[in-house]
Write a protein that binds this ligand. Structure first.
Ligand code: ATP
Ligand code: MG
Length: 601
């Protein structure tokens, strides 16, 4: 389905997850719909995460619910505050203005509570903001905030005889686990007494054993067809400082244990994740059920992850591109990261539109990058200011205009506006046009400039090419033309038509700017289908040119998007051309039309 330009007002899309939520709302099953987006801070977010963010925050928004931005920070050795900060910035940017901050963040001082309800142990985070909490200091959620509660839960499972301390090392554990078609074998440590397990687990926490010496495992079923139920590890020893909890812990919970308990503590109703977690769902349910908790349990629902052609979509691979300096960083505008797309000039609303357009399904597939490109163009077309720019300039002299004469032409800022405004652009004796708007050997139906031919200079007048000047190598260095000034708007021959209209800028009233032109990062649709994905990098994914821009772009703003007429959509590079910088650097966000098919063919 398509979404109106102002997507805050657009009707919500429908999909199988939203159908489930709607059913639960109709049944009044929950007091409030609560979802979460749980990134692991071990890399930067990519556009696949954007799909998950739009889904989780979207469902919360549509149901007056809440979506917790939760750092799934249980693996201290792979995590870093750099990633925490970037994720926070990316999520805020992506949902900013679309969803209330308060649906993603908690009061900064909210702390989890452990309590007993009807003889049952409960854990609870009072994170729901009162309506008048505007201005309260807000903070994201962290799984690490619940390390105390997670520890208590682990102890509770030990007390029930449902978890044990195991001394097998990782390699031995693999052997004991069996295979999907072969049952596993029980660990020789499985039948330790509850008191011995309690003692050993406390000593694991106290730091008595080195990394890898022992684990805490759930006691489920070593013959279960689902290998995730074969006594999975719940806790491991890692003598490592954590970016949130410092040196307090030397044992850390595994994802499967931390995730479901964190969901419960936060009162999540719908825990939405990608399909590869479907096989983990029985374990998710087993842990929560066996903790014997007093409040309604969260449930996990899975959808197909986003894969897009001509790029890679895994933090690990994107990390390789950054570390091996194959791109200029996580925010390289060719990267499928949220910060890369932002730097390239893609508006947040375009990513949300894209997420809506692709929908949510149960089947993995490869999304055509053209779908993303469409969403970007649809978003930029109504709002981008039209400007004149020349990327590959060749000089054109209007021989019948005296040097020094300036003719002010009215140029439309955006024809999509209800009441389009105009600005003045200077027509002078010397102008620049783009080199490929002229040819000496025109193919059939060539409507741009050729020797003896006529074109209209956009917003100005019709010109005729009288003479082609070349240098010693045969390269065209100047086109000498006559301007028919009566074909200007308001002139005697204003109505005279020619087939071609080209863009131009005055050679004496223009600016130089660095313009970066991007192409797809990879030359094949599925770079990671076989072999090393890096061998498919597109050597021509970046071209840098010195362009000539109309002088009004001197005042270009970082938050404004521009359409350089006939060339595409452009934005100032926020890193290399920040406000007040002495040089102008523009990124081409996207071309006006999909030219890839032609170029590749
Ligand atoms: P990657 O596989 O790219 O390294 P990840 O799954 O390890 O990513 P997490 O930080 O664990 O990254 O992801 C946070 C959330 O985003 C999870 O709920 C995950 O299911 C979801 N997610 C990750 N990748 C995609 C994707 N390509 N499409 C949709 N959702 C995704
Ligand atoms: Mg993950």
């Amino acid at each position: 389905m398509t979404v109106a330009q102002n997507d805050t007002a657009a009707p919500a899309p429908s999909d199988f997850i939203r159908d489930i939520v709607a059913q639960h709302v109709a049944e009044k099953r929950y007091a409030k719909i609560v979802t979460r987006f749980p990134p692991e801070p071990n890399g930067y977010l990519h556009i696949g995460h954007a799909k998950s963010i739009c889904l989780n925050f979207g469902i919360a928004r549509e149901n007056n619910g809440q979506c917790n931005l939760r750092f799934d920070d249980t693996n201290p050795t792979k995590e870093d505050v750099e990633y925490v900060d970037s994720i926070l910035a990316d999520v805020k940017w992506l949902i900013g203005g679309w969803a209330d901050d308060r649906i993603g963040f908690k009061p900064a001082d909210a702390t989890p509570v452990s309590r007993t309800v009807d003889g049952k142990q409960d854990f609870f985070l009072p994170a729901i903001l009162p309506a008048d909490a505007a201005g309260a200091k807000l903070a994201p959620f962290h799984a690490s905030d619940y390390f105390d509660q997670l520890y208590e839960c682990a102890v509770a499972l030990i007390r029930k005889g449902q978890a044990f301390v195991c001394d097998l090392n990782a390699e031995e554990m693999d052997k004991y686990r069996g295979a999907p078609d072969k049952p596993g074998r029980e660990s020789p440590f499985r039948n330790r007494s509850i008191s011995e397990n309690l003692d050993l687990f406390a000593r694991m926490k106290a730091g008595e054993f080195p990394d890898g010496a022992r684990t805490l495992r759930a006691k489920i079923d070593m013959t279960a067809p689902n290998v995730w139920l074969r006594d999975p590890v719940l806790y491991r020893i890692r003598h490592a400082d954590h970016h949130q909890t410092g040196g307090k812990w030397c044992i850390y919970p595994m994802y499967d244990f931390a995730h479901c308990v964190s969901d419960y503590i936060e009162g999540i109703t719908h825990s939405i994740c990608t399909l590869e977690f479907e096989v983990h769902r029985p374990l998710y349910d087993w842990i929560l059920t066996n903790l014997d908790l007093p409040r309604p349990l969260p449930h996990q629902y899975e959808f197909a992850r986003l894969n897009i052609g001509y790029t890679v979509m895994s933090k690990r691979k994107l990390m390789q591109l950054v570390q091996e300096k194959l791109v200029c960083g996580w925010d390289d505008p060719r990267m499928p990261t949220i910060c890369g797309l932002r730097r390239r000039g893609v508006p947040a609303s375009a990513l949300r539109r894209f997420a809506y357009n692709i929908g949510v399904t149960k089947f993995n597939s490869l999304t055509d990058v053209a779908v993303l490109e469409h969403a970007i163009r649809d978003e930029l077309n109504p709002s981008a200011l039209r400007r004149l720019a020349v990327l590959d300039p060749v000089k054109l002299v209007l021989t019948n205009l005296p040097a020094g004469q300036v003719i002010e032409c009215d140029a439309v800022n955006n024809p999509q506006d209800e009441n389009p405004t105009t600005r003045k652009v200077a027509l002078t004796r010397e102008v620049y046009i783009d080199r490929d708007d002229f040819t000496e050997t025109p193919p059939p139906k060539y409507f741009r400039l050729k020797p003896g031919g006529e074109v209209r200079l956009k917003y100005a007048c019709i010109i005729k090419c009288d003479e082609v000047v070349k240098d010693a190598t045969g390269q065209v260095v100047e086109l000498r033309c006559t301007a028919d000034l009566e074909t200007r708007s308001g002139g005697l021959n204003a109505g005279r038509k020619v087939k071609g209209t080209i863009h131009w800028v005055s050679a004496t009233h223009c600016l130089d700017a660095e313009v970066r032109l991007y192409d797809r990062l990879f030359t094949v649709a599925e770079p990671d289908a076989e072999g090393d994905f890096k061998q498919h990098l597109n050597p021509r994914s970046l071209a840098v040119v010195t362009a000539k821009l109309e002088s009004s772009l001197q005042d270009a703003r970082p938050d404004q998007r521009y359409q350089f007429e006939r060339l595409g959509y452009f934005a100032l590079d926020p890193v290399d051309s920040p406000p007040g910088a002495s040089r102008l650097v523009f990124n081409r966000t996207i071309t006006l039309k999909d030219t890839w098919g032609k170029a590749a063919g």
